[in-house]
Write a protein that binds this ligand. Structure first.
Ligand code: SF4
Length: 361
């Protein structure tokens, strides 16, 4: 695939690895914000090739993982209602709620749950099942939201009445600001997510540089992209610099994608949001605007969030804050495996526990 395969080529990666070795003049610790980076680093074997002195820790950028236990419980509760049909992207299907049961369990008991590949597919479901209220589970960051905003707009324009979205959408960089205020988190730089940055622009990380003096580099997701970003991070740290650099120029500009952001802004407004592990973060989520309240599942179905316990023993919260590794969780690889996940970090295809289990055992 053009713009992808060539960035996976070992012939390109090898000189970049050499350059990274040359560029590391002082040890540094980097948080890869996004779960897609985490998975790519493991899958490509980069983790085992990195020079001494480079430490990578995972951050809060896996959208399924950071969906709070109370949101999962609320989703399970609405799925039980008659005349409700849940539509979702696949990863959330197997995330257990506080009872230990998931939508996969509910589905096996006859609850109506459909995995879709695009939010527009859920609109089609609404047309096909007019007796049901189709609730699309809106989980994701800025990369996901424009498509969901477009779907709500399409529902309104085509007068689809039995369609709504349960918005748990989250935004960057508020969780990073919340994390970096914690003095226990000792990091020298951030590997910033390429796909989110293609919407919010690389300039969105400038406040992190200004406030925390942190090196920030936007990186793509192929091995050569990640190595290029790490080289820039190593150079910044080595020189004692802190700035935003963009190592993913084929997809990301300094400015935001104003068209996508406008689409989102038309439908959603900033709202406080609860994150797994991080708690409530002011203005870190997106709620559906009053004008589109007819498509807001929270309003249509009167969904109330209630406090929910994390699965007993699960360390997802600490892992998402970059404070622990999956291997420090006593359940890892024992009671918690991809076949029997206890927490979302073992379920999601972007989850840190899933990555460690698959590639680091
Ligand atoms: S291994 Fe399982 S129980 Fe432990 S932190 Fe990861 S998801 Fe949670």
């Amino acid at each position: 695939m053009k713009y992808v395969d060539e960035f996976r080529d070992y012939a390109l990666a090898e000189p970049l690895l050499k350059e990274l070795r040359r560029s590391v003049t002082t040890s540094f610790r980097v948080m890869e914000v996004c779960g897609t980076h985490t998975m790519s680093i493991f899958r490509s074997g980069l983790r085992t090739l990195l020079p001494e002195g480079v430490e990578l820790i995972s951050g809060p950028g896996c959208p399924v993982c950071v969906t709070s236990a109370s949101h999962i419980d609320a989703i399970l509760a609405i799925a039980e209602r008659t005349n409700v049909r849940i539509a979702l992207f696949g990863d959330l299907f197997r995330v257990p709620g506080s009872s230990g049961l998931s939508l996969a369990n509910a589905s096996s008991q006859g609850t109506k749950v459909d995995i879709v590949y695009s939010p527009m597919d859920s609109l089609e479901l609404a047309r096909n099942y007019p007796e049901d209220m189709v609730v699309f589970l809106g989980v994701g960051f800025e990369t996901t939201t424009p498509g969901i905003a477009a779907t709500i707009m399409a529902a309104k324009n085509s007068n689809v009445d039995n369609f709504s979205v349960f918005s748990t959408h989250k935004t960057m960089p508020p969780p990073l600001l919340a994390l970096l205020d914690d003095p226990e988190l000792q990091i020298d730089g951030l590997l910033c997510p390429g796909h989110v940055s293609s919407i919010i622009g690389a300039g969105a990380y400038q406040p992190l540089v200004d406030r925390y003096g942190l090196a920030c580099v936007v990186g793509g997701f192929e091995p050569a992209d990640i190595l290029q970003a790490l080289i820039l991070l190593a150079r910044q740290v080595g020189r004692g610099e802190a700035k935003v650099e963009n190592a993913y120029t084929r997809a990301v500009r300094w400015e935001e994608n104003s068209r996508a952001q406008q689409m989102v802004h038309n439908i959603f407004e900033p709202a406080d949001m609860e994150w797994r592990g991080l708690g409530m973060i002011p203005q870190s989520g997106l709620a559906i605007r009053e004008e589109y309240g007819h498509f807001d599942a929270e309003k249509r179905l009167n969904i109330k969030l209630t406090p929910a316990e994390e699965p007993k023993g699960c360390r997802c919260g600490e892992i998402l804050k970059g404070k622990e590794l999956p291997s420090q969780c006593p359940l890892f690889g024992k009671r918690c495996t991809p076949g029997n996940p206890i927490g979302p970090c073992m379920v999601s295809s972007e989850g840190t526990c899933a990555a460690f289990y698959k590639y680091d055992q």
